[in-house]
Structure formats: structure tokens, C-alpha cells
Ligand binder design. Structure first.
Ligand SMILES: [Zn+2]
Length: 234
């Protein structure tokens, strides 16, 4: 690693460790420990319910943080000459690069064949779909990617996939985990079969609790019953 990059990385890590935690609970000069208490040197303890709420409202918190961060960058005069009128700052800062997705798409074609993961028929143009929807788990993970027809992808949208798809996905995780690890490493994505499995278990359990529906095929849905959860425990 470039030595100056290593030094920058440790400076950024020190700032993140010191600043957000010191200032996150300060309002108008008063500290309100509504999120966490300091419980020792370098340790915090979250208040009851905070972990649940952070998970539950992750998307909302993330959107607000990103919007404010973009405003902050645009408001800095020194950035004006670099940014110009660029309207794609959000994409540039936060989205998985198209190049990474293109790499994943090509690798998935080799791994699974040029067919749609959901309906099984051949694809010419394929989307790289997040099996557990990105809106539920906004991180790119190689194990969570499958190839899909653009139409199947649009129809599934932000919905969890129904049982036959889940069964195939779990089997694929079990049998192709090494290959998926390689795809993740190639595209520079976070990568971990166990995490993918846990995220799915969490997402389906939440849907089961709230009476959610799962997507089977265009306009066909079924309720997420407890039999789904049995699959994910195995
Ligand atoms: Zn399809």
C-alpha cells in the first residue's frame, strides 16, 4: 500500500472514532445520551432498543445522512471548481460502480449460465439483481447477486423472493460459495456467505412477523409463512 494512503487511512479512522461519537448526542450545547453511554475507555453501550431502531430505520437514516453529506460537499466553495455542474455526485459517492456490476454480470453468466435466476429462461440482456432487495439491505454483496431478465427484475422490485427462489438461492450459496467469493474479490465487494444467510434470515423473519408477501412471478405473490424461516435455519 502507498505509504501516504496508509497514513491518511489511520488519520481518517482516528477522526471517525473521536468525532461522531463525541458530537452525535450534542444538541444546542447540551448532551442528551439518548443513543449510548460511555462505558469505559473506548467503549460505548447502546441504550435498549437503539440497535433495533438503527436496523429498522437504516434506510431512512442513510438517506438523510447522504443528502446532508452531499449538501455539505457542494456548499464548500473550494469544491466548486472540481465539481462544476456535476449532477451525479450521489452516484459517484455512493453507488456500486457500473464497472463492478458489469464484472459481476459477466462472472455470473459463467457461473450460472446465461439464464434468469427467477424464471429460468435464457437472457440476452440481463440485470444484476439483489436477491434480498437493496432497499432492505443497502450493501453490495457478491452472494446476494443473481442474473435476471430486466422484466423479472422490475416485477420483483423491492419484494423478497418466494419459496422456490429462496430454496434455489440457498442451494446455490451452499454449492457455489467459493466461486461467489472469487466473484466478490474480483469486483472488490464485501463478501461472506454467512452474512448473506443471516441477512436473508433477518429479512424473511421481519416479513413473516409483519404479514409480508413474497414475489413468485409477474403479479404472483404468496405470504411469507413460518415454513420460510425453517429453510433459513437449516
Ligand atoms: Zn426471468
Amino acid at each position: 500500500m502507498e505509504p501516504r494512503y496508509a497514513a491518511l487511512l489511520s488519520r481518517v479512522a482516528a477522526v471517525v472514532a473521536a468525532q461522531p461519537l463525541n458530537y452525535l448526542q450534542n444538541f444546542g450545547g447540551v448532551t442528551d445520551t439518548f443513543l449510548y453511554e460511555r462505558s469505559g475507555r473506548g467503549t460505548i453501550t447502546l441504550r435498549p432498543g437503539v440497535a433495533y431502531c438503527l436496523r429498522r430505520f437504516y434506510t431512512l437514516v442513510q438517506q438523510l445522512s447522504r443528502a446532508h453529506w452531499i449538501d455539505h460537499i457542494k456548499a464548500n466553495r473550494r469544491n466548486h471548481s472540481i465539481l462544476g455542474d456535476a449532477g451525479d455526485l450521489e452516484d459517484f459517492l455512493f453507488s456500486c460502480s457500473r464497472q463492478s456490476l458489469a464484472l459481476v454480470g459477466m462472472a455470473l453468466r459463467k457461473l450460472d449460465g446465461a439464464r434468469c435466476f427467477y424464471c429460468g429462461s435464457g437472457v440476452v440482456e440481463a440485470d444484476v439483481d439483489h436477491f434480498v432487495p437493496f432497499s432492505l439491505y443497502p450493501r453490495d454483496q457478491a452472494h446476494n447477486f443473481v442474473l435476471a431478465h430486466p422484466a423479472c427484475n422490475r416485477s420483483k422490485s423491492d419484494t423478497l423472493a418466494a419459496k422456490p427462489h429462496l430454496e434455489r438461492w440457498l442451494e446455490r450459496l451452499a454449492t457455489k460459495s467459493d466461486a461467489l467469493n472469487e466473484i466478490g474479490a474480483l469486483a472488490g465487494l464485501a463478501n461472506d456467505r454467512l452474512t448473506a444467510n443471516r441477512v436473508a434470515a433477518w429479512a424473511y423473519a421481519a416479513a413473516n412477523t409483519t404479514g409480508g408477501q413474497a414475489w413468485l412471478s409477474a403479479s404472483h405473490y404468496e405470504p411469507v409463512t413460518s415454513s420460510y424461516l425453517g429453510l433459513l435455519e437449516a
